[in-house]
Design a protein around this ligand. Sequence first.
Ligand code: UDX
Length: 440
Amino acid sequence: MKVTVIGSGYVGLVSGACLAEMGNDVMCLDVDERKIAMLKDGRIPIHEPGLQEMVKRNAAAGRLHFTTDVAAAVHHGTMQFIGVGTPPDEDGSADLQYVLAAARGIGRHMTDYKVVVDKSTVPVGTGDKVEAAIREELAVRGAEVQFAVVSNPEFLKEGAAVDDFMRPDRVIVGADDERAVLLMRALYSPFTRNRERVLIMDRRSAEFTKYAANAMLATRISFMNELALLAERVGADIERVRQGIGSDPRIGTQFLYPGVGYGGSCFPKDVKALLHTGAQNGMDLKVLGAVEAANERQKMVLVDKVVARFGEDLSGRQFALWGLAFKPDTDDMREAPSRVIVEELVRRGASVKAYDPVAMTEAKRVFGILPGLGYAESQAAALQGSDALLIVTEWRQFKSPDFEQIKTLLKQPLVFDGRNLYDPELLKTLGVEYHAIGRP
Ligand code: UDX
């Protein structure tokens, strides 16, 4: 099939590459000329396992093209995917200007039937706005061309996005146009071969499903984080509790890990946007409001523990910080808990020596010049002369560190672990003072 993907960011690029991988002829459009030049050159602007090779392979095979030419891109595909950003507005609502600009571009140039597929995360009802924008552009030209607008939210996890696209748990398609449904089924059938995983529904329900999924997952995390805080106070071990409840299939084992709060490009933004949708519809979403508040509190938990140990004033202290990205296998720093942690430590007079396997360049961009924050070349170098080690992201390479080295390089053997990576008994035996989340 001929597919156009508008927006070559995270969602657009992964979708485009994976669709090309199945044999579709894909054209990716972006307004950013530098980005397109880079992609034509076989380099990708983000860190995502497997993506670079997939882009190269399919570009070389002539199935994946990149362009900044809107007309050419619109003419190319029967399927027009919109995968542009929907950043939060000041009031927390999703900013739709890029989605609607993409829609207008399609309306301006289309000459035959198109399925316009909205992959960006957009509030319920956006499909109607996209449809109206296209109709307006057609009217300006006096053109009459058939089209359908479909909602097809993505459920990609950063760091596993290629895998998630290639082997989806489900594919949500919100559409009422029969021809569009058939084409969507055909496009996705190679990805869902062994089991029927394409769920067809009305467009509003599809749009809502995306927010509901992320809000549900965020709720799980915030609730676990809250239970962890209480576990500490009552002398229970949240890791045991997690296993204890996760074995109930109604609860399940995934996404039950307490930590330093959720971050990233989706959860914080989508929770805010859904709260906003609630308010717009005269509803104060009480559970979701608490989820957000609990997450803000959670980002401070590690610093609270440092303060409890060293006192309010941290001047003269130096802390090693392992992990800056909001989660492993990505260099994404959006809403990363590390940002709040670093800023609070520095504000209290401490200096921070941070190390992250891939996110340091991005961190330098995000933090700019922040007196007190320095970067270490290795995880060992971060330890040198520091008062304690703080673990913020659970990169695999942090999971079995050389504890003897930690003991010798730190001023004292002291670890604050925001991701519960180690066995408290083991660290006790090794003579390391260990503070984790929700553990005695
Ligand atoms: C998420 C959704 O999983 C994905 O379906 C959606 O399309 C986009 O948002 P992503 O932002 O890549 O994906 O990250 P995810 O792996 O879901 O983690 C989100 C945040 O929750 C991270 O900050 C992570 O550290 C935190 N988290 C996750 C926990 O604190 N505990 C957990 O048990 C799981």
